[in-house]
Design a protein around this ligand. Structure first.
Ligand code: BG6
Length: 490
């Protein structure tokens, strides 16, 4: 059944930025095209560059036409465009915020309901929130709502996350704050819960008795592109492990919640994140790498330090691998290996739950030479689906057992196409449904996990180079080899 937003509007700060043009505006268009936005929906852009009137709508028109998931229909766009406005100004500019307050107040069709999306550099989050409060935009008029949507990374360590949280909660009520982790908006990520809790076949083996280890991989083939200003000094671990990968870990490792409500889900995720433990020797069990020049897709690509806007002496990680444990009865002794990197062999995000070997093998060594471990692989992207890897007899007169795969592919099993993560998340914000947004506690727990690693890297670690287009530094292979394991080559 369709969930349709009530009267409302969305204000996007940083509307001229990459995220807004590639994801947010196309997602708004897709929602309109699917008929999920209310009549009179108002889209207001706020940004520093001087775009005025027509020009603003034209640029967004191009973004939507180029990046929308659903077919582009001019009539849908024209409808949306009627209530589209642009306010130009600096985030510290009081006049611009007064103008914004006027624009927002004038959009009758929204009945005063507005969400403010902070698609701005992290260092500007606090300023924008303070301005919203100062100019009365954070206070909902009688019977209306006001919500703040904050992009990741939420802080750059535990302390700054807490400070930012205090600033946000000084302006907005806790249930009016939506912290975005767009991985939670992905169909395949939500499918982890369906897979685990709507079936009987996985949960019995989902524990230390059967699982040897878990590998969570987020590999990208792209470099940092034009994001030097954001990325340098932040690095792979803060950019995606603190949020996306630890959220994937939480969904994979958590207990079944008492109900399918935002509160119950958040409580279980927090419990498991609180049980995550780091290895004593962080030098042996973490690796940070940085891409050097290499070959990708038949093209020579520059190293990170040669990218535009990057300090040639930068020690920012573009690859990070860490090993963690989960201190509870279900997972004691089972390592979780997390890795994320840019300019790797190919774009793939997956969770592989790798099972142990049979306790006793009926078949001789030669029969099972080519047999790996059984695995349940959740393919988050790009070939969304699930693979179960198991051993099967090779046809012939001798007994030889080899790995084969059983595949479920989204595009083969469903005719419906998956909405883009941002489409789902924006709709949820307008509906006030917080189920797919990490709570403060989760964000803080994730920083608690990452902070000691970042400190260790800062004080002792070196960043090791890997050629672009490969699967990361050899040190990451050594890290697993020490445990008698190896990374999957997706
Ligand atoms: C973002 C990171 O959160 O996720 C980017 O900041 C990364 O560095 C992006 O490229 C990847 O998202 P997706 O949906 O393409 O996996």
């Amino acid at each position: 059944m369709s969930r349709i937003a009530g009267p409302s509007g969305l204000v996007v700060f940083g509307v001229t930025g990459d995220l807004s043009r590639k994801k947010l505006v196309p997602a708004v268009y897709d929602l309109a095209n699917r008929g999920l936005l209310p009549p009179g929906f108002a889209l207001t852009g706020f940004a520093r560059p001087r775009w005025e009137g027509e020009n603003f709508a034209d640029v967004l028109h191009e973004s939507a036409a180029r990046h929308a998931r659903t077919p582009f229909r001019e009539d849908v766009w024209q409808q949306l465009r009627q209530e589209m406005r642009f306010v130009q100004g600096d985030f510290a500019d009081d006049d611009a915020f007064e103008l914004l307050a006027k624009e927002v107040g004038a959009r009758d069709g929204t009945r005063g309901n507005h969400a403010f999306y902070l698609s701005v550099p992290p260092k500007c989050f606090a300023t924008v929130v303070r301005q919203l409060k100062k100019h009365g935009l954070a206070d909902p008029p009688e019977g209306a709502w006001r919500r703040a949507v904050v992009e990741k990374p939420f802080g750059h360590d535990l302390e700054s996350a807490r400070e930012l949280n205090a600033t946000v909660l000084d302006a907005f009520a806790p249930d009016a704050v939506f912290r975005v982790d767009h991985y939670l908006g992905k169909e395949t990520v939500q499918n982890i819960l369906a897979l685990r809790f709507a079936n009987t076949m996985f949960e019995p083996v989902w524990n230390r008795s059967y699982v040897d280890h878990v590998q969570i991989t987020m590999a990208e083939d792209i470099g940092i592109g034009g994001r030097a200003g954001y990325y340098d000094g932040i690095g792979a671990a803060r950019d995606v492990i603190q949020n996306h990968l630890l959220q994937l870990l939480a969904l994979t490792a958590m207990e079944e919640p008492g109900s399918f409500t935002a509160e119950a889900l958040a409580a279980e995720k927090s419990k498991v994140l609180a049980a995550v433990e780091l290895p004593a020797d962080l030098s042996a069990h973490t690796v940070r790498g940085q891409y050097a020049a290499g070959w990708q897709g038949g093209e020579r690509v520059p190293g990170y330090r040669q990218e535009d806007g990057i300090d040639p002496g930068s020690t920012t990680d573009t690859y990070a691998a860490i090993k963690v444990g989960v201190r509870n009865r279900r997972w004691a002794g089972v390592p979780f290996y997390l890795r994320a990197g840019k300019r790797l062999g190919r774009r793939v995000t997956e969770i592989a739950v790798v099972l142990g070997r049979v306790p006793h093998s009926l078949f001789g060594r030669t029969a099972t030479d080519a047999l790996g471990r059984n695995a349940i692989v959740i393919r988050v992207q790009p070939d969304e689906g699930v693979t179960v890897r198991l051993g099967a007899k090779v046809p012939g007169t001798s007994m030889e057992i080899r790995d084969v795969s059983m595949d479920f592919a989204y595009d083969g099993s469903f005719t419906e196409s998956s909405p883009e993560a941002y489409e789902r998340l924006i709709l949820d914000v307008l509906l006030g449904d917080a189920g797919l947004f990490p709570r403060t506690e989760e964000v803080e727990l994730c920083w608690r996990i990452l902070d000691p690693i970042e400190r260790h890297w800062r004080d002792n670690g070196t960043v090791v180079p890997y050629p672009a287009g490969t699967w990361g530094p050899v040190e990451a292979d050594t890290m697993l080899a020490r445990d008698g394991r190896s990374w999957r080559r997706p």
